[in-house]
Every structure is written in C-alpha cells, then in structure tokens.
Ligand binder design. Structure first.
Ligand code: BES
Ligand code: MN
Ligand code: ZN
Length: 502
C-alpha cells in the first residue's frame, strides 16, 4: 500500500499557512454557508473575498459543495478550500468519515503541507469526529500501485502531510490511536484483494496472515497433510487441480476474559477461481483474483481488533485454495465426504466456495464453540443480480445477529440486506446420490448456496454475507478509489464494538 498521507493533530493556529481547508455549515434552505468564529478570524485578512467568491459560486455549504480559491488575496496560502459539511447539528460519524474522504479527493498530491480546521459553527466537534475525518483521509488516499514502474507515489514530489487543527489535540490523538488500526486493517484487506494470483498463492496468503503475529494475534497455518488428517475433503477437492498447496489459517485475538467463548469470522479464500472443469468464460475472468475477498476481510479485521486492543476473544478462520482445471482436478459427478461426515455430490466445480466454507465453518464450530459465526464470501453472481453492488446479501439463522449486522451496516455505510432461508429452499440441494449436491438449480442461486452453508453450522448463531457484489470491483466512493474496497472490515469491527465487547 502507498501510505501517501501523514496525519497529525494540533491546536487551532494563529494564522493560515500552506494549503488550507475550512469547513462550512449549510444554513436553512436557500441560506448562506457559515463558518465558525475561529475560521472567520483566520480568513479576516482576506476581507470580503470569501463572501464574494461564495456568492459568485452560489456556495451553500451543503455536503459535497466546495469553494476552491487559488492564491487568495490577503492570505499567505497557495490555496484555500472551503468544504461544505451540511447541517452541522446532524453530522454522524459516517458523515465525518466521508467528509475526510472528499477533502482528500480535493487535495492535489503536490499540495505538500496541508492544514484542515476541524470546526463548525454552533456545534462542539468531538475528538471522535476529528478521528473519523483522519480515517476518511487515509482510506481515500489509498492506492495500489505496486506494479506501476513509471510512477511510484512514494517518491512523488509532494507526499502529503496533513495537520488537523482541533480544540483538544491530545484528545483527538487518543481517538485517532483507536481508529488508525481500522485504516490499516482496511488497507491490508484491499492489498490482498488487489494482488494478482501469481503472487498471492494460498501459501503466500498464509505467510502474509502470519504478519498478524506482530500485533499480537496468534496465527496457526495448516497445510494439506493437516487438512487430510482433519478430513476436510470438501475443501481439498477444490484445490486438488492446482499446483499450489491448499491452506487453512486460524487467527486468534484474545482480548476478552479467558473463559469467554470467542466470536468467529470465517472467510472464503479462493485465490483464483477459474471455475475448474466447469470452466468460466474468458471475459472478465481476471476479476476472479478477488475471489478471496472474504478471507482478506477476516485478516484485515483481526488486525483492526488487535490494534485497538478490542476487549473480545475473536477467532478468524480462512480457507485458502486455488480452483484450477487439470488432469487431477475434481469432476462433476464426483462425491466427496466433508469433515462433518456429510457427503456432497459435485454438480458444478464452479460452485467451489461453499465446499471450502462447509469444512471451515464445521471446523470453527467444533473447535471453538463460538458465540456466533459470521462468514464472508464472494459466493454467487446471483447476489449481484439481486442486490447490485450497494448491499451485501445477509443470510442468518438468528434474528438478533441479523439485526445487529443491519445496524452496523447503517452506521458504517457497509450495508447488508437480509435474504430468506427456509426448508423449501433447502430441499433444492438434496442429491440423488449423496447427502447433498453443490448447486440448487437456476433460481434463487444465492439462497441455495446459503442453504448449503447452513448444513454445516448446527445450532450456532450464524450469519453469511455474500459479498460478490461489494468485495471486489467495488463502486468508487468518497472513501475508496481502489478496485478492492476492503469491504466488511469496518462493518464487523463495528458489530464487535457495539454488541460483543466486554
Ligand atoms: N466466485 C464465484 C462467484 C462470483 C461471481 C463472485 C462473480 C464475484 C463475481 C463463485 O465461485 C461462482 O462461480 N459461483 C457460481 C455458482 C454456480 C455455478 C452455482 C455462480 O455464481 O455462477
Ligand atoms: Mn466459482
Ligand atoms: Zn468462487
């Protein structure tokens, strides 16, 4: 990741220097934008310049509105940006985060030294709000240019150094210390998803997950010998056509009481999905390097939880395989025995994610007896048909867990939409020859995939997030300009924070 922005906090300055950003609030409908008293004082040397520029551009201080002034007379700054924040009293953490993102989007890389006055009229801006702005700056500044040999943003002329001016800089620094790890977690997830599969093999992925040890996460890596012993034949069947060895990684963060059952996060980590013998069409197949976005999210999340020393016991378990066609590859019609003992008839080798997750969910449930399990998987194209790229599909056997996830989604902007599960759908994956088959026909493809997973979770409260539409090829937003948004890290961190921390 190119960490192209340095962030620091300081008290309100006596005057403006360097590229400067002020926040404006919107007034009543049709009203003028307003600045805080501190901001007014800082631009006083410019006389009525702002007033006139604002009128000329009909700047109303609404969210998204920006007044961009170059070399404003009377001020010793190369550029003054006045950024609309909207109605000051209504701002939620997510609004501050997006505000940070939009500010970053307005700063040219050559800006060098930048100061942002975090202040609005009529409200007391909290240290937490300032930290959200900082997080928004970081998320927006992310770019994946590891393989661009012509331009490396590291040595670009102006690496940005941003100072956030706040009333209480010590408190803002403390708040940022709690949030900075989330930014790192999202960047880790984005990096993993953006990496091509010739670099990010299952073993390389496992090696990178091993870096979590540096922040205090316990990491265990299991190879094919271990997985055979455990009986994970469903997972191994997916990887058997690949030259790359399949892996399962277990990550543990023990921040809670030693006797309290952990929460568990499970990720699909298909480092590349050709479809196997049921091979995918060529067009767009390159996107299937991102078929490990669920596993990437789990790694990023574990990093985030550890960095903010979350008071919770959390385990992450990811299944890492490559789905390739080969003389040794699994065939349609093959029957495999999963770790649970249930047998599966393979109908389509491209429905591989559920085979991986079935074993990993079962393993996590048996070994850790978790309070709940949430799995993330780029599982079906059908979820994109149903929900597009704005919401992930949520399937759950537990209304309370589903409601918590929905609320965490509203709070973080990583939204989920609940989909149904029921015995009628479950019947669709009964098989002529085995206990179940790995596809359920043309209709309700995301639902039958979820029904398949449910056969491996027993009575543990469980939620499945189908992130095929959100985990990769992500829509561009205020806080993301990368192909991979690192979707889910902020959502699940929030779920843990609001619901399960002791
Ligand atoms: N990884 C794909 C799902 C996917 C598709 C993710 C497009 C992101 C973008 C998954 O393994 C898959 O191939 N699913 C099949 C299932 C089908 C064969 C029952 C699908 O969705 O077509
Ligand atoms: Mn597939
Ligand atoms: Zn897949």
């Amino acid at each position: 990741m190119a960490d192209s922005v340095k962030i620091s906090f300081a008290k309100f300055p006596a005057n403006l220097e360097g590229t400067s950003v002020l926040l404006a609030a919107s007034g009543a409908a049709g009203g003028r934008a307003s600045l805080s008293a501190a901001a007014e004082a800082l631009v006083a040397p410019a006389g009525d310049l702002l007033e006139r520029a604002g009128a000329a551009d009909r700047f109303d201080g609404k969210s998204g509105a920006v007044l961009d002034l170059l070399a404003p007379a009377g001020l010793a700054v190369p550029r003054l940006l006045v950024v609309g924040a909207g109605k000051a009293a209504d701002l939620q953490p997510l609004d501050w985060l997006k505000l940070g993102g939009s500010i970053m989007g307005r700063l040219p890389e050559s800006a060098g030294e930048v100061g942002i006055l975090i202040d609005l009229p009529g409200v007391d801006v909290t240290p937490q709000a300032a930290a959200e702005v900082a997080l928004g700056l970081r998320l927006r500044a992310y770019s994946f240019d590891l393989y661009k040999t012509k331009k490396k943003s590291e040595d670009a002329a102006g690496k940005l150094r941003v100072t956030l001016y706040v009333k209480d800089d010590a408190a803002a620094k403390r708040a940022w210390k709690k949030r900075e790890g989330i930014g790192e977690g999202v960047a880790i997830a984005r990096d993993l998803v953006n990496e091509p599969a010739n670099v990010l093999t299952p073993t390389e992925f496992a090696r990178r997950a091993g870096d979590l040890a540096k922040v205090g996460v316990d990491v265990e890596v299991m190879g094919e010998k271990d997985l055979k012993k455990l009986g994970m034949r469903a997972l191994l069947g997916v990887g058997q056509g690949s030259d790359e060895e399949s892996q399962v990684v277990v990550m543990r963060w023990n921040g809670g009481k030693s006797d309290s059952a952990p929460v568990a996060f499970i990720g699909k980590g298909v480092v590349f999905d050709t479809g196997g013998i049921s091979i995918k069409p060529a067009a767009g197949m390159e996107d299937m390097k991102g078929d490990m976005a669920g596993a990437a999210c789990v790694v990023g999340l574990m990093h985030a939880l550890a960095r903010r020393k979350a008071k919770v016991n959390a385990v992450g378990v990811i299944g890492l395989v490559e789905n390739m066609p080969d003389g040794k590859a699994q065939r349609p019609g093959d029957i495999v025995t999963s770790m649970s003992g249930q047998t599966i008839e393979i109908i389509n080798t491209d429905a591989e994610g559920r085979l991986v997750l079935g074993d990993v969910l079962w393993y996590a449930k048996e070994r850790f007896k978790p309070r709940f399990m949430v799995d993330l998987a780029t599982l079906t194209g059908a979820i994109m048909v149903a929900l597009g790229t704005e919401n992930a599909g949520l399937f759950s056997n537990d209304d309370a867990l589903a409601a918590s996830l929905h609320e965490a989604g509203q709070e973080t902007g990583e939204k989920v939409w609940r989909m149904p599960l029921s015995p009628e759908y479950d019947k669709l994956i009964d098989s002529k020859f085995a206990d179940m088959k790995n596809t359920g026909g043309r209709f309700g493809g995301s639902i039958t995939a979820a029904q398949f997973l449910q056969r491996f979770v027993g009575t543990v409260p469980w939620a499945h997030l189908d992130i095929a539409g959100t985990g990769m090829s992500s829509p561009q937003s205020e806080i993301n300009r990368s192909w991979a948004a690192g979707w889910g890290v902020r959502l699940l961190d929030q779920l843990v924070a609001r619901q399960y921390e002791e």
